[in-house]
Design a protein around this ligand. Structure first.
Ligand code: AMP
Length: 148
């Protein structure tokens, strides 16, 4: 899908927002939802999406949703760093299939990075659900302690 096109309300992230598909949620407020990536590029790979914007990409999102999403990215990144102590964190966002986008509801990737790891943009292996549940519990606890 190119940069041009219509928003498809049946995309998987829209279904997650509506509660029609499951996710490993780590943070939610009125404007945003953050959940674990099912095909993580590293342990802790988290996605942040706006809930109110029917936007496929950065070119379409309204200013308020963009601000709220960015603030949530900072909040979740702080929690990830405190909890997992990575050496670095990559924050990424792709627009259009040629740029690597596969889900056409705007989202930001937060990817803990460690020395010596190779950098990719997609992983082919699905995470172990038990591991995702454990990680979800750690991050929820950490986010609650930061926002309390
Ligand atoms: P992008 O390539 O930027 O469009 O990223 C989409 C990301 O969503 C990829 O990293 C996928 O692994 C991830 N993904 C796809 N479906 C799900 C899902 N149901 N729950 C969590 N992550 C997903």
């Amino acid at each position: 899908m190119s940069l041009q096109g219509d928003y498809d309300s049946q995309n998987i992230f829209a279904k997650i927002i509506r509660g029609e598909a499951p996710c490993y949620k780590v943070y939610e407020d009125d404007d945003v939802l953050a959940f674990l990536d099912l095909f993580p590029q590293s342990y802790g790979h988290t996605l942040v999406i706006p809930k109110k914007a029917a936007a496929r990409n950065l070119l379409e999102i309204d200013a308020d949703s963009l601000c709220q999403m960015t603030l949530a990215v900072q909040k979740v990144t702080r929690a990830l760093v405190e909890e997992l102590q990575p050496a670095g964190v990559q924050v990424a966002q792709f627009n259009g299939a040629p740029a690597g986008q596969t889900v056409f509801h705007i989202h930001m990737h937060i990817i803990p990075r460690h020395e010596g790891e190779s950098l990719g943009i997609h992983a082919s292996q699905k995470a172990d659900p038990v591991e995702l549940e454990r990680l979800q519990a750690r991050l929820v606890r950490r986010l609650n302690s930061l926002t309390a």
